[in-house]
Design a protein around this ligand. Structure first.
Ligand code: ATP
Length: 416
């Protein structure tokens, strides 16, 4: 697990910009709340979706996909921009691959229009689209060695021999398979085959590259390294990547924007920082990272603050929010574990702010420890603490009585 500062350094060097990114635990390196407009613009100064004069490269308009009676994609609109690293994220079966296959031309939409660089491609066959797809199954040529597999598309394009050789070398180095150039696919491990497929799909430098779980078979260390190589290459070549993944960490690290999908619909499209810090719904909040959700009703409204009375905590919480709500409305507070404090109870209790509970689980994550606290009212609260001190007077342990609390700016108010 990387520390926030390690993250910052690496991504600054990659994107030449300060970053809001997260460590693998999901902890955002965010600008202060007063500067929230910077979220999403931080990865690099690249946000064409904010500029109404920029035409999207890819436009899904009113797309529906039915397989018999089953509706896999429900009336979906989605714009993806030139040079974007875009991820489709969501649980198995939510329609990610179907969207990708439509773009590649392997599946036709039942309804709607799909535009690529302003052209309706609904009836353009796959080989006529400026799109390359890396399949989950890799689809390598079994009789060709690794180098020949990577070179295949370039040969078909009639590139000069020297150019092909240099691109193959570059790709082999990117996927760290220099020593395997002469091996056939059956002489490789699953992860190595995946890297060959990745190298082959990027070698052609298609305008749009569609990647279906491109790093799924890689071990953690290799995945971390390849992610950065991939981002660097995509950025330096100005390619557009659309990636399907169910791995939220991967999506968070690599993407300019993420579409979180739910049963054939898009639940939210936003930058990684926004999706993490400002989820639009309980579904998104819960899908991305660890979170405590607290149900309550709106008890008071003031300019920029909302009071939420919760039976689950026995507290009337004050949160900062501009979201329009009305008195009596059911709402939820979403609080990330790193924004909740945990300590042993003081002699002087503060029942209007603190929840008293018992530690039910402890997860040691190296740099972090996650505590699950069961409060008296039956709420399960997730709290994380950095393991920055090597010696703690008395560490919090299982079954300890503790108090947990969070400040008004720590919670996000959700209405759905
Ligand atoms: P995974 O992460 O498991 O690959 P996904 O989000 O990519 O899932 P899709 O492959 O897009 O999901 O499938 C979306 C839904 O459509 C699933 O419920 C799947 O069973 C269904 N589906 C996909 N292809 C077909 C098909 N050819 N016939 C019938 N149903 C299909």
């Amino acid at each position: 697990m990387w520390t926030p500062s390690e993250w910052g350094r690496t991504l600054v060097s990659l994107r030449q910009q300060p970053t809001h990114d997260m460590d693998l635990h999901g902890d955002a390196l965010l600008p202060p709340r007063s500067n929230r407009s910077a979220i999403g613009g931080g990865r690099r100064s690249f946000a064409p979706w904010k500029d109404p004069s920029v035409e999207p490269l890819i436009r899904y308009q009113g797309i529906v996909k039915r397989f018999g009676d089953f509706v896999a994609i429900k009336k979906l609109d989605l714009d993806i921009y030139q040079g974007e690293f875009f991820s489709l994220l969501g649980p198995s079966g939510c329609g990610k691959t179907t969207l990708l296959r439509m773009l590649a031309g392997f599946t036709a939409p039942t309804e709607g229009t799909l535009l690529l660089a302003g052209e309706n491609v609904s009836s353009v066959p796959p080989h006529r689209r400026p799109v390359n797809m890396m399949f989950q199954s890799y689809a390598l040529f079994p009789h060709m060695d690794v180098a020949a597999n990577i070179a295949f598309g370039l040969k078909m394009e009639g590139l000069p021999k020297a150019e092909i050789a240099s691109r193959v070398e570059e790709m082999l180095s990117m996927v760290k398979l220099e020593k395997f150039a002469k091996r056939k696919p059956h002489q490789l491990s699953g992860g190595q085959r995946q890297r060959v497929a990745l190298a082959r799909s990027i070698a052609k430098r298609p305008k749009v590259l569609l990647l279906d779980e491109p790093l799924g078979a890689l071990d953690k260390k290799l995945k971390d390294e390849t992610q950065f190589e991939l981002m660097n290459l995509q950025h330096s070549l100005g390619l557009t990547f659309v990636v399907v993944t169910h791995d939220q960490e991967e999506a968070m690290i690599m993407s300019d924007r993420i579409a979180v999908m739910d049963h054939g619909e898009i639940a939210q499209i936003a930058t990684p920082g926004e999706v993490y810090e400002q989820p639009g719904s309980r579904y998104v909040a819960d899908f991305i990272g660890d979170i405590t959700l607290i149900e309550g009703t709106v008890a008071g409204l003031d300019s920029g603050t909302v009071s939420v009375k919760s039976r689950a905590t026995g507290i009337t919480h004050t949160v900062l929010s501009d979201r329009p709500v009305s008195i009596g409305q059911t709402v939820w507070l979403a609080v990330r574990p790193e924004k909740i404090t945990i300590s042993f109870p003081d002699k002087v209790r503060r029942p209007t702010e603190e929840m008293l509970g018992v530690v039910s689980d402890i997860g040691y994550h190296g740099k972090w420890t996650i505590f699950r606290v069961l409060t008296g009212a039956g709420l399960r609260v997730s709290v994380s603490q950095p393991n920055s001190k090597s010696f703690v007077e008395r560490p919090i342990s299982w079954n300890d009585e503790v108090v947990v609390s969070f400040s008004p700016e720590a919670a996000v108010l959700l209405t759905k």
